[in-house]
Design a protein around this ligand. Sequence first.
Ligand code: ACO
Length: 434
Amino acid sequence: MQLSDKKAMLSFSDGGESIELPVYKGTVGPDVIDIRKLYGQTGMFTYDPGFLATASCESSITYIDGDKGELLYRGYPIDQLAESCDFLDVCYLLLNGELPNKEQKADFDGQITYHTMVHEQLHTFLRGFRRDAHPMAVLTGLVGALSAFYHDSTDITNPEHRHISAIRLIAKMPTLVAMAYKYSLGQPSIYPRNDLTYTGNFLRMMFATPCEEYEVNDVVERALDRIFILHADHEQNASTSTVRLCGSSGTSPFAAIAAGVACLWGPAHGGANEAALQMLEELQANGGVAKVGEFMNKVKDKSSGVRLMGFGHRVYKNYDPRARLMQETCKEVLEALGLQNDPLFKLAMELERIALEDPYFVERKLYPNVDFYSGIVQRAIGIPTSLFTAIFALARTVGWIAQWNEMLSDSDYKIGRPRQLYTGSPSRDVPANR
Ligand code: ACO
């Protein structure tokens, strides 16, 4: 961290002594005021529920400029990565800080491929779930269970162990997601095949059966790979912060990632693309493009409780760069699959066109986010809506594990332990005669 020449001064209206707080500079983005000694100096905490103005850590992995609509992984713009790299290049980059050269890439691909299979007993564990369980419930259980199967790499103080856990998690996640899907269908799991790419292998595990081979379609493979790239990391979002907080106690990496999966499940986080697709389907069933105007009036009427799902973002106050890439991919996939007249895509384009011109959305800086088009792409590929968040979890695993590793490698790291403003009863005695 680089100390700024500037200092923050905190003074109190009751004439109490003012204090000076150090300010640190980032490479880009807002500076931070260091309040670590605030309690010691003033006996006061800061109050920031939802972390609206609090940097919870120092990180050099991902940077978002919400006003510009910019997303950088290790400094590289997301659109350049999406256009010239595959998902495993991006995994290597997030974990190691640099893009791999040819040899490093071949070695990394080999390591991931070698670890795609899961312990056979995990299949027995899977059978304990109801077939109609939500895939995210199953995935939370399966990822947590990995800690019971891979005891040889859970010394979190050993960088080599951390590396093996990272590789195992990235490699096994597609296998677990496909297992959860096959189980829900009552079909046998398909074992990974090492001659396929990471994403091609996942598609095959999802859609092949023992009686019928699955031919991987290049456009579909590239589209899903792009979905993985776009979801790989997003700095200190809710699930990543959960992984950091959970991991800060020194727990097993598999347990920390299971906590991230559980957090991602929520509709305000990973569940939004499911909600966006449902909204499009409902609108289509109720009149489609002809009813867009009426629907938009409802969205703008606060008393209706209706929101344009897939629009707006806490950080992006400009076009989400991932949404632009997703829209492009959506067109490619629909064309390749002969679905160019897909009514939901037309509906989405029309909603976007209207919203980008409507003062309600313009004034509030509401733009499409990544979820607006990703549901249409996944639906076209044949992925059921209930599995969308599990796909997101698969992609985000690398971000979680890179952030967890960064935290543990930091000599300043401490167990996370927020404080509170207590507003309950002061100390009182239990009545003698209850
Ligand atoms: N449709 C209609 N109005 C909206 C929408 C929307 N999608 N999003 C925000 N607004 C309005 C709000 O009503 C509010 O209006 P007001 O100022 O008149 O009260 C204003 O815009 C600001 O909205 P907030 O909810 O305060 O903004 P916040 O940053 O807290 O919310 C969020 C961001 C939760 C993403 C919100 O935009 C939303 O609900 N979007 C729809 C759900 C969605 O697509 N989520 C995906 C997020 S991306 C991801 O997780 C990968």
